[in-house]
Design a binder for this molecule. Structure first.
Ligand SMILES: O=C(O)COP(=O)(O)O
Ligand SMILES: [Mg+2]
Length: 225
């Protein structure tokens, strides 16, 4: 039976906050408004781009209504598309870890709240395509995490039935949203502690916590040994 490891993207495999920060501040500059700090933008990531843009606008008291918000999301994405991974980096050890997991025969998926098109472009640009068998983004389905459907759809595309998933699957993520998703889906959750979480580790439901990708293969194999 195939086993699968599904990863979140932002704050888990990649540190994407610097490019999200730049796009946010370019949007604010279009609106003749002062920039926000990297730390602030990092704290806004995890619920998808529309929510990030809403938080950016509200932080500068610029949120008006849904129609304007929708056009700001489009404007943000134009800035983001112009520099999707200029400053974005993989966390140390990610490539070696994915290599090792792939070599062991694990199926690998990505389940993120980032829009699918931008996710695919970044995955390609950072040369991760060869590892990944399924990608579900925040706009791939009508709902996004913490709804469980995106994670279930990732597993379905990897060829795993939902019924068997709790025994054969691990979800790896960095945030409150990921922990809640895995818990609701009854899937073991490995928490990468150096991502964008806002809560203390002990307040996030998790199976295993780690901060070094050099340890992840061992931790995964320990769970199934
Ligand atoms: O909020 C986003 O756009 C993406 O965040 P995620 O990759 O951590 O799900
Ligand atoms: Mg994340």
């Amino acid at each position: 039976m195939t086993k699968a490891i599904v990863f979140d993207l932002d704050g888990t495999l990649i540190d994407s906050a610097p490019d999200l920060h730049q796009a946010s501040n370019r949007l604010l500059a279009d609106l003749d408004t002062e920039p926000l700090s990297l730390e602030t933008i990092r704290s806004f990531v995890g619920n998808g781009v529309p929510k990030l843009v809403e938080r950016v606008l509200k932080a500068r008291d610029l949120y008006r209504d849904e129609a304007r918000h929708a056009s700001m999301v489009t404007q943000f994405l134009a800035h983001y598309d112009a520099a999707l991974h200029d400053k974005t980096v993989l966390y140390p050890g990610v490539v070696d870890c994915l290599d090792a997991l792939k070599a062991q025969g694990f199926s690998i998926g990505i389940c993120t709240n980032k829009p699918e098109a931008q996710t695919r472009a970044i995955v390609k640009g950072l040369d991760l395509e060869r590892f990944v068998g399924a990608i579900i983004g925040g706009d791939s389905l009508p709902v996004k995490k913490p709804a469980i459907e995106p994670l279930q759809e990732t597993l379905r595309q990897l060829g795993l039935g939902v019924a068997s998933s709790s025994d054969d699957v691990i979800y790896v993520g960095d945030s409150e949203v990921d922990a809640a998703t895995a818990k609701a889906a009854e899937i073991p959750f490995f928490l990468f502690t150096d991502g964008y979480r806002k809560s203390p580790i002990n307040q996030l439901p998790h199976t295993v916590a780690f901060n070094d990708y050099a340890e992840l293969e061992y931790l995964i194999n320990s769970k199934w040994s």
